[in-house]
Design a protein around this ligand. Structure first.
Ligand code: MN
Ligand code: MN
Length: 322
């Protein structure tokens, strides 16, 4: 089996070459591929600041320093696992429904081949067509949603699609199992006392930041693990769940968030679940400082790859024992 893995700095220095994620091969081959990094340069669903279309570029650029051995998880990412940078998906600026169809169709071909997509956004509206492609193969899936906002609004100027509504649409379209899904990190000023009730009514477990601080990260991770259980799960990570001090480059910042260290700890703590897809969204490079938000995003993607590698390694060991 061919294994697609990053080129090493002994072959070409880190500052040289065309920037793919972690210096993985850029190919659209889907044979012998476990995961594919997919850029989705879309910001037509934003409600405040724009520029997330440049997110994939910025995250790739800072990802070149990532190294294959993940000490915290004690695993070489590419011993058990093969991955590529699939490049960016095509979008049509200004036309969200057409763009949704294109995203879904392209991801569908990956998902049908058994490739786990890791998308880099783009604003959060892109997660809906990702979930459409995932659910087409897997049926409704569990969702782990890190964000300072619930993104379950009903509409925006009477329109159904923007970055504030993807998870309401996903429930309406039966793409999710809300009873196995959880939203983490909500905070900031809201419009009314019952701001998070909509999400709870849809069936999500909502864990606002106030509660995260009360219970602590260990019990939080246990609650996420218990909630998801054996279900197939999609993980969506809005970079604005991280405090703007650590991730200033984003469209709708909210103070009082996770540190970058806590964010990495949260991603690592998802170990062992049955993952079918991931994304990291809302990086806005024009407003970033020293590539901080892009760097957190790249490291979250790196931890997601480790989660896939851990799963592949366990599966191989189980097979070996039979
Ligand atoms: Mn969001
Ligand atoms: Mn958000």
């Amino acid at each position: 089996m061919a294994t697609y893995k990053p080129i090493t700095p002994q072959e070409l220095p880190k500052f040289a070459g065309i920037k793919t994620f972690m210096r993985l091969p850029h190919t659209r081959t889907l044979a012998d591929v476990d995961f594919a990094i997919v850029g989705i340069p879309w910001d037509g669903g934003t409600s405040y600041r724009t520029g997330q279309r440049s997110g994939p570029d910025a995250v790739r650029k800072v990802s070149v320093t990532l190294r294959p051995y993940n000490l915290a998880q004690d695993i070489d990412l590419f011993d058990a696992c093969s991955g590529v940078d699939y490049g960016d998906l095509a979008v049509i600026p200004g036309y969200i429904e057409d763009t949704y169809r294109m995203i879904e169709a392209e991801l569908d071909s990956l998902v049908q081949c058994g490739v786990i997509p890791i998308a880099i956004g783009g604003d959060h509206s892109i997660t809906l067509p990702e979930l459409r492609a995932i659910a087409k193969k897997q049926g409704p899936v569990a969702l782990i949603h890190f964000d300072s906002h619930t993104d379950t609004n009903v509409q925006y100027f009477g329109k159904p699609y923007y970055h504030g509504s993807p998870f309401r649409r996903a429930v309406e379209e039966n793409l999710l199992q809300p009873n196995h899904s959880v939203q983490i990190g909500m905070r900031g000023s809201v419009y009314s006392k019952d701001a998070y009730e909509d999400s709870k009514t849809l069936g999500f477990d909502v864990i606002p930041m106030v509660e995260v601080r009360e219970i602590g990260l260990g019990p939080l991770l246990q609650r996420i693990q218990n909630r998801v259980g054996e279900a197939k799960v999609f993980v969506t990570f809005d970079i604005d769940v991280v405090d703007p001090a650590f991730a200033p480059g984003t469209g709708t910042p909210e103070v009082g968030g996770f540190t970058s260290g806590e964010a990495i700890e949260l991603a690592r703590g998802l170990k062992g679940l049955n993952f079918v897809g991931f994304d990291v969204v809302e990086v806005l490079p024009d407003l970033d400082v020293a590539d901080l938000a892009a760097l957190v995003a790249a490291n979250i993607v790196y931890e997601f790859i480790a989660l896939i590698a851990i799963g592949k390694k366990r599966a191989a060991e189980t097979l070996g024992r039979v």
